[in-house]
Design a protein around this ligand. Structure first.
Ligand code: PHE
Length: 444
């Protein structure tokens, strides 16, 4: 173990930080709108299946690879396997994913900051429902200056925190913020129980209806399973590498997966309750959260307090994820290329900032059919994350093998172990490979 490597103070601290990475815009913003656009329950079912069959085993694999190697995402593969040179490309591919994701993630983080600022001014309180419904569309289509201002703010805060080092600031903030986010979501959930759209929301999200199942929704669900669990980019490898080297990772991996899934379902239920209560459009796309929540906040007592608390917390959820993305690239440049932390974070963050600015222009079409935002989103969720995931699964299952899997889960049940070995070796890579193929067909 490197003596000077930063470490989490406890296993709980790791779980909070990893949960902080996993729970983010993916849960509160992306999951509900994807479910809405892909037929609700059909999407949710496939998503839950992907989490169990692919997400959970890969979570174990990534955390284990980091923990066991105590290295950044590139060196980890070489450290665990003498011929790890080929596998290093999984690390590089993950980094490409980090680059693509943080560029647009920071822009969306900026939207959250703008909504927080509007909440601070209590802007929506006396406006009509139509005004609230149109505010978001106007922001992304016509107000690039505002978007870039908030995107810059979000990126600077992310860079500032990563530049200061992970363990202290990050661990502390995660410990404070995650429980508050959790409590606030429960509060909003309880509130939504009393709204008339609640039943319809539950029906939309959970009533099994396979007639709505399409290849497209399966594809989106696989991609989203990676995105929401922070897999296929190296974030869990790098966070695992800040754990003490010895000991299994099963419980920690399970905690992160369960908490992340629970929060996504909670956020989805709340948002669709509002959609059905206020006759909003379930398939509204990326604007869903930004349109529905301000509509609700307008109506409820203490709306100023609740809406400010909510957007600040979404901001923090996004921030704790963004940090874990920037850390992957920074840790590599610091450990391997011997850059200073300041130089690494500012240069990488700066480059992502530029790409984020391009994402703010919805009419800027690249590769013929999509704008920069969509290209980055599609390339990462449908190509780089699944491909990296397949490589990690094969590395864990075949190269490191059953012994490593046994060490990672720390259980003696032959049956469970055998099952997991098969999932990691065969089932997960094949399922993801089919999706990757479909994804490639869709993109090109
Ligand atoms: N999991 C985060 C979210 O749901 C996003 C993320 C993806 C973070 C990949 C790190 C790595 O918002």
């Amino acid at each position: 173990m490197q003596a000077n490597r930063a470490h989490w103070s406890s296993r709980i601290a790791f779980v909070l930080a990893a949960t902080g990475s996993a729970i983010g815009l993916g849960n509160i913003w992306k999951f509900p709108y994807m479910a809405g656009a892909n037929g609700g329950s059909a999407f949710v079912l496939v998503y839950l299946g992907c989490i169990a069959l692919i997400g959970f085993p890969l979570m174990i694999a990534e955390i284990y690879i980091g923990k066991k190697s105590q290295k950044n995402t590139i060196e980890a593969f070489e450290t665990l396997h003498h011929a790890g040179t080929f596998w290093k490309s999984a690390g590089f591919l993950g980094m490409l994913g980090c680059f693509l994701v943080l560029s647009f993630y920071s822009l969306v983080g900026g939207w959250v900051l703008d909504f927080e600022y509007q909440s601070l001014l209590h802007r929506f309180a006396n406006e009509s429902d139509d005004f609230v419904k149109n505010y978001f569309v106007d922001l992304i289509h016509n107000r690039q200056g505002t978007q870039i201002f908030w995107h810059s703010t979000f990126m600077l805060i992310t860079i500032g925190i990563v530049a200061k080092g992970v363990s202290n600031g990050l661990e502390k903030w995660n410990k404070i913020l995650m429980p508050i986010l959790f409590s606030l979501l429960i509060f909003l959930f309880v509130y939504s129980l009393f709204l008339e759209g609640f039943k319809e929301s539950i029906h939309f999200l959970f009533a099994a209806d396979f007639s709505k199942l399409t290849w497209k929704s399966v594809l989106e669900a696989v991609g989203h399973a990676f995105f929401t669990l922070s897999l296929g980019m190296g974030s869990m490898i790098i966070y695992g590498s800040y754990m003490e080297k010895e000991g299994p990772v099963l419980k920690q991996a399970a905690a992160v997966v369960l908490l992340d899934t629970f929060i996504a379902l909670l956020a989805g239920t709340i948002i669709f309750t509002i959609v059905y209560t206020f006759n909003a459009e379930p398939g509204a796309g990326p604007g869903l959260m930004f349109v529905t929540l301000p509509l609700l906040f307008k109506q409820i007592p203490g709306s100023w307090f609740v809406s400010n608390a909510f957007f600040i917390l979404v901001f923090f959820a996004a921030l704790t994820s963004a940090i874990s993305i920037l850390e992957v690239l920074s840790a590599y440049l610091i450990d391997t290329k011997k850059w200073s932390r300041i130089k690494a974070t500012f240069l990488v963050g700066g480059a992502m900032w530029i790409c984020g600015v391009l994402c703010a222009y919805p009419k800027l079409i690249i590769f013929g059919k999509n704008n920069v935002f969509d290209v980055f989103d599609i390339l990462s969720s449908k190509i780089t994350m699944p491909l990296t995931g397949i490589m990690i699964s094969i590395f864990f299952g075949w190269v490191l093998g059953p012994k490593a899997i046994e060490e990672a889960v720390g259980i003696r049940s032959k049956f469970l172990l055998q099952g997991l070995v098969w999932v990691v070796r065969v089932i997960a890579p094949i399922c993801v490979a089919v999706m990757l193929y479909k994804g490639i067909l869709e993109v090109f």
